[in-house]
Design a protein around this ligand. Structure first.
Ligand code: APR
Length: 256
C-alpha cells in the first residue's frame, strides 16, 4: 500500500507540474515578468498590473492607445541621446545589428518594447483574464490591444528622442517611407525639434536595389518632420551592416 501511495503521489506531482509548465508556455505573465527582470526595473509585478489594466475586461476591438498611458509612465526610461534607432520593414536586420553592437538602441531593446516583443494578448468583456489566443489580428480592427500598445509605445519612444537619431528603412521596396507604417504615422510626427537635431536614414539595400535616397516617399518624410530637424539619407548594403555588426573591432561610427 505504501508503494502504491508513493506512486500515486508521483503521478499527481507530475500532472500538476505538467499543467503548470503548459500553462506557462501560453501565459503572458511569466514571459512579461522574466523579460522585465532582465532590466533594472524596481517593480515588475507593479508594471504587469498597470499593463493589464489597459485591456482586461474590455472588448478587444475597443482598446485605445491612451489606455496604456499608466503603463508607459510606470516603465519610464531615460532616452540615450544619439543612439536611438527607428526602423520600418527592416525588423530582422536592425535587431540583429543592435543586439551585437551596443551603440544603437531600438524600442524593442528597451524594457518597454522588450517585454512585449513578438507577443499577442487581449482581454474579454466580463473576464479578468489575459488571453493569448483568439485575439484580433493586427488589421482585424484598429483599436486592438496589441496595435494600440505599439502605437502608444512608439509615440513615447519618439517623444523623448534626442540628438542625432537613425532610422533603418528598406531599399528593397518601392515605398521605404510607407505612410501606413508606425514609423511614418506615429513616430516621425512625434519627434521634437527642440530635442532632435538630425534624422539619419540608413536605406538598407540588397542585391536587387528597388529604391534609393532620391525616392519620392522621402519628400513626404521631410514634409512631416518638424521644422529644424535636418534630414540625411545613405544607401547601405545589408551585407555591410551584418559584417559590421559581427566585427567587434569595428567602431559603430564607421559602420556606414
Ligand atoms: N500585421 C501584424 N503585425 C504588424 C502589421 C500587420 N499588418 N504591421 C505592423 N505590424 C507589427 C509587427 O510586429 C511588425 O514587425 O509592427 C512591426 C513593425 O512593422 P513595420 O511595418 O515593419 O514597421 P513600422 O510599422 O514602421 O513599425 C516599426 O515602430 O515598433 C516601432 O520604434 C519601432 O521604429 C519602429 C517602428
Amino acid at each position: 500500500l505504501g508503494v502504491l501511495a508513493v506512486l500515486l503521489l508521483i503521478v499527481i506531482l507530475a500532472v500538476v507540474l505538467g499543467l503548470t509548465l503548459r500553462e506557462d508556455s501560453n501565459d503572458l505573465k511569466p514571459t512579461f515578468l522574466n523579460r522585465c527582470q532582465q532590466f533594472q526595473v524596481k517593480n515588475c509585478q507593479h508594471a504587469w498590473e498597470v499593463f493589464q489594466q489597459a485591456y482586461v475586461d474590455k472588448d478587444p476591438c475597443n482598446v485605445s492607445m491612451e489606455a496604456y498611458d499608466p503603463f508607459i509612465e510606470a516603465t519610464s526610461f531615460t532616452p540615450s541621446c544619439n543612439r536611438m534607432m527607428f526602423w520600418s520593414k527592416t525588423k530582422d536586420v536592425v535587431h540583429e545589428f543592435t543586439e551585437k553592437k551596443e551603440c544603437f538602441q531600438t524600442l524593442e531593446d528597451t524594457v518597454l518594447g522588450s517585454v512585449l516583443d513578438g507577443l499577442t494578448w487581449c482581454g474579454k468583456k466580463g473576464s479578468s483574464e489575459t488571453f493569448t489566443t483568439g485575439c484580433p489580428r493586427w488589421t482585424d480592427c484598429i483599436n486592438n490591444p496589441v496595435r494600440s500598445f505599439w502605437n502608444r509605445a512608439s509615440a513615447a519612444f519618439a517623444n523623448v528622442a534626442c540628438g542625432n537619431i537613425t532610422a533603418m528603412l528598406n531599399g528593397s521596396i518601392a515605398t521605404p517611407f510607407d505612410s501606413s507604417s508606425i514609423f511614418a504615422s506615429i513616430e516621425v510626427g512625434n519627434l521634437k525639434s527642440d530635442k532632435v537635431n538630425n534624422l539619419n536614414v540608413v536605406l538598407v539595400t540588397q542585391k536587387n536595389v528597388v529604391s534609393n535616397c532620391t525616392n519620392q516617399s522621402f519628400e513626404n518624410l521631410k514634409s512631416k518632420l518638424a521644422e529644424g530637424i535636418k534630414f540625411n539619407c545613405k544607401e547601405v548594403p545589408e551585407t555591410q551592416i551584418q559584417e559590421c555588426g559581427s566585427d567587434p573591432e569595428k567602431a559603430c561610427g564607421s559602420c556606414w
